[in-house]
Design a protein around this ligand. Structure first.
Ligand SMILES: Nc1ncnc2c1ncn2[C@@H]1O[C@H](COP(=O)(O)OP(=O)(O)O)[C@@H](O)[C@H]1O
Ligand SMILES: [Mg+2]
Length: 311
């Protein structure tokens, strides 16, 4: 089985349902409030672990009750938490304000995630060296990701970067150690300073820019309800979505990335099967409520794919 290291964020998501955003100085009541464990790193690690990968997490929680509960939750998923540091202060928190009209506004407190250091990554050198794949997002400090990817490439592991949250610039020291970049359509466009697009021809025309401006050769852009777009080696193509009744798209992209990390071969030769599995896994995730609770197991993904294998 694949050995995967995730370098990433551990967040408590506080979801607040409101009529509308308050004006400056105004007081409004929250209609409904709930807390869930999430963060892109945690979601991606859980997606990989539920598919049978051996997953180690490099990250940080705070010295609070949430931090302890988070560690237990990850351990229950079979994730190695030995390289999750406990930092003074609170666990990272995302405050999500969901308005009645469906708009999301989010305030993030990095908390312990922001305290992760290069030394913390170096402590995990042994698991990085043994890993097949190292996955990172941009919710922990950039120098940490850079060092993690350097160690990964020295040891011959594949590196997958999910450039989220959206950013206009990524240090070339990270990009030159990135084997596969997996943004969504917004992130993909922001990296080139261009408007977002899900149009196949536009995405295809922009491909040389990723090579020239970012030095990126392998790219998968997720396009939400429009599926995905991939350019791997010399293969380019669209990826179709599975049709489902959408309940909650939280963790769709994270499930997609966790599945890619679990499925892809080092030479990228099984890209079609990988994308099919990732689409099936994400389709299941969007058809169920919540983030971590919505992430499927490998058995559920296999069941989703079974009708296709027969046709
Ligand atoms: N409405 C949908 N129906 C089926 N699959 C979906 C739907 N929305 C998203 N997905 C799947 O989830 C993947 C990731 O979704 P996307 O919205 O691009 O990621 P992110 O959550 O990072 O914005 C898509 O490429 C697709 O496979
Ligand atoms: Mg999206």
């Amino acid at each position: 089985m694949k050995s995967i290291v995730v370098i990433g964020s551990l967040n408590v998501d506080v979801l607040q349902k409101i009529e509308r955003l308050p004006q400056q100085g105004e007081t409004l009541s929250i209609e409904n409030k709930s807390s869930n464990f999430g963060g892109k790193g945690a979601n991606q690690a859980v997606a990989a672990a539920r598919q049978g990968a051996i997953v180690s997490f490099i990250g940080a929680v705070g010295s609070d009750a949430e931090g302890q509960t988070f560690l237990q939750l990850l351990e229950q998923e079979g994730i190695n938490t030995r390289f999750i540091q406990s930092k003074k202060g609170p666990t990272g928190t995302a405050y999500i304000m969901l308005e009645k009209d469906g708009h999301n506004t989010i305030l993030v407190h990095g908390g312990a995630n922001a305290e992760l250091t290069i030394e913390d990554v170096e402590k995990a050198k042994d698991v990085i060296t043994m890993a097949d794949v190292v996955v990172a997002q941009l919710e922990v400090p950039r120098p940490v990701i850079q060092r993690g990817f350097e160690l990964a490439k020295e040891a011959g592991a594949m590196t997958i970067l999910n450039p989220a949250p959206v950013t206009q610039r990524i240090e070339s020291a990270i990009l030159e150690h990135t084997d596969l970049l997996v943004p969504n359509e917004t992130e993909a466009a922001a990296l080139l300073n261009l408007p977002a697009s899900t149009d196949y021809k536009t995405l295809k025309d922009r491909l040389p820019l990723y090579r020239e401006q970012l030095g990126i050769h392998n790219l998968i852009i997720t396009l939400g309800e429009d599926g995905a777009f991939f350019a791997i080696d010399k293969q380019i193509g669209p990826v179709k979505n599975f049709k489902v009744d959408v309940q909650d798209t939280t963790a769709a992209g994270d499930t997609f990335i966790g599945t890619i990390a679990t499925t892809i071969e080092p030479d990228l030769s099984n890209i079609e099967r990988t994308l099919q599995r990732a689409s099936a896994a994400s389709a299941i995730a969007v058809s169920r409520p919540g983030a971590i609770p919505s992430i499927p197991s490998s058995e559920e993904i296999a069941r989703k794919l079974a009708p296709m294998a027969m046709s």
